[in-house]
Write a protein that binds this ligand. Structure first.
Ligand code: GDP
Ligand code: GDP
Length: 466
């Protein structure tokens, strides 16, 4: 069961742009002049793991932009009536306008769940407009840039919050997606050991994606990794944009790169396509096993970098960080230790993440980067025998048993690895819902150390034992 979203807001706030991004029609023209008429229709849309329909409301803008005419109001109400959820857009760059308030009143009175989206948030001075959004009484403004594909992970989370997890996710996902690395689901099983899952297979191409903020150096890095010639020939004809990939070899290992930034650029596809957005890269994440997060070492960690890394971890992929443009750094030793410290502090879910300094431009560090990719991939595939796991558990329980809750000591019985890619474990215990998160984190951290699994998401589910 999917849900229906209506994207509403006064003209020119970016509704069509967001619409196109969600339905994946980035080639559709967005005009500076509002008023392009289309039939109101419903389109399949996707925001990471959320699958839903968007009601196309573009035709609403026939009315004069200056006022909210009766016709627009009527259309808006129809769209709201059909929708399960409203994305109410404001233009954070321009700030609140009287029409925003009028529209917001209509939306608020409808009683439908609303996500308040502060668009154009990447623009200078958008912070003020975003904060004004609070005045609409529609809850927290979620800053996004529809045009640049920024803030979409937060938008996803806001949808889940507005609709509830079950409704938003449709309740039919597989466990792979359910169990986020940063949270532990209580009483939820990870899939049973997949007996028919292939053993670690080095002959299969290792699927890689390269993501990061614009200008971090993704294209340069991709070109350096694969080699110009390969790129100039471009991807094979007839492959759709979403599945563009290129294969190559590194030290005899077969690799397959999903993503398109550099390829598109080199293949001289239209200019519109050149600006690879973060969201485009994140789509490639879903196809990838290992994801290289490219950070510009000359620019400190920003929220967006973290959002990207966090999303990769939530998706259960194996992350590797490339601190790029290292050739520009004057004090490499000091910066490296700062960056390492920051990485560990900001990404505790993937303690020990591989982080490599590179210069895509000069080619320095690329071999180390590829080594890190292979190593992380191997860890991500690793499997620990039940015997070893339970010997480990015995030691843990002897030295640091779970706490007592309401006077009764929680009992942990045994642990098995239920899956790989990423490693997922099931712990049988008494009263899973009473088990403190801190103890589960302790188990995960300790298990990571004991079995040498740095830098990959580790999932742990608790199961009630009799
Ligand atoms: P609509 O009238 O609400 O459908 O708005 P459009 O999607 O047509 O966008 C109106 C204008 O705002 C266009 O020029 C877009 O390029 C621009 N725009 C849309 N989203 C963003 C954004 O995130 N940032 C900036 N700076 N401009 C945007
Ligand atoms: P993308 O938007 O992430 O694909 O970034 P690009 O690959 O287009 O790179 C953005 C800019 O950074 C370009 O001007 C590159 O020449 C430059 N750049 C990329 N990698 C390096 C590097 O390792 N060192 C230096 N000095 N510049 C780099």
């Amino acid at each position: 069961m999917s849900f229906k979203v209506a994207i509403l807001g006064r003209p020119n706030v970016g509704k069509s742009t967001l619409f196109n991004r969600l339905v994946g029609r980035k080639l559709a023209l967005v005009d500076d002049t509002p008023g392009v008429t289309r039939d109101r229709r419903v389109h399949a849309a996707r925001l990471y793991d959320l699958v839903f329909d968007v009601i196309d409301t573009a035709g609403f803008e026939d009315a004069p932009a200056a006022s909210l005419s009766g016709r627009m109001r009527a259309q808006t109400e129809i769209a709201i009536g059909e929708a399960d959820l409203v994305f109410f857009l404001i233009d954070a760059k321009a700030g609140l306008m009287p029409d925003d308030r009028t529209f917001a009143d209509v939306v608020r009175r409808s009683g439908k769940p609303v996500v308040l989206v502060a668009n154009k948030a990447e623009a200078r001075g958008a912070q003020g407009g975003m904060l004004e959004g609070w005045e609409l009484g529609l809850g927290e403004p979620i800053p996004v840039s529809a045009e640049h594909g920024q803030g979409l992970p937060d938008l996803r989370d806001a949808v889940i919050e507005a609709l509830g997890k079950e409704r938003a996710l449709g309740g039919d996902e597989d466990d792979d997606e359910e169990i986020a690395a940063s949270e532990v689901l209580i009483g939820e099983d990870i899939a049973d050991p997949d007996a028919d899952a292939p053993a670690y297979d080095e002959t299969k191409p290792l699927r890689i994606a390269v993501v990061g903020r614009p200008n971090a150096g993704k294209s340069t890095l991709i070109n350096a990794l694969i080699g110009e010639e390969r790129l100039l020939t471009g991807p094979e004809a007839g492959i759709t944009r979403d599945s563009i990939s290129v294969e190559w070899e590194w030290r005899g290992r077969h690799l397959k790169l999903f993503d398109t930034a550099g390829m598109r650029r080199k293949a001289r596809v239209q200019e519109k396509l050149e600006k690879l957005s973060v969201a485009d890269g994140l789509r490639a994440v879903r196809f990838a096993e290992v994801v290289v997060v490219v950070l510009d070492a000359t620019i400190p960690f920003e929220k967006q970098d973290l959002q990207i890394a966090d999303l990769i971890v939530r998706e259960g992929r194996a992350p590797v960080i490339a601190f790029n443009k290292w050739d520009l750094i004057d004090n490499p030793q000091q910066l490296l230790s700062e960056l390492r410290e920051k990485t560990e502090r900001l990404l505790p879910q993937v303690r020990g993440i591989q982080a490599v300094t590179v210069s895509a431009e000069t080619g320095r560090g690329l071999d180390r980067l590829m080594e890190a990719v292979l190593r992380t991939h191997r860890i991500w595939n690793s499997r620990v025998s039940t015997g070893k796991l339970n010997r480990w558990l015995e030691g843990i329980l002897a030295h640091h048993p779970p706490p007592a809750v309401a006077g009764r000591r929680l009992k942990v019985k045994y642990v098995t690895q239920a899956k790989t890619r990423p490693p997922g474990f099931v712990v049988s215990c008494s009263r899973p819902d009473a088990m403190p998160q801190s103890y589960v984190r302790y188990l995960v951290n300790n298990l990571r150390e004991a079995f040498d699994m740095p830098g990959v998401p580790i999932r742990m589910a608790l199961r009630a034992s009799e």
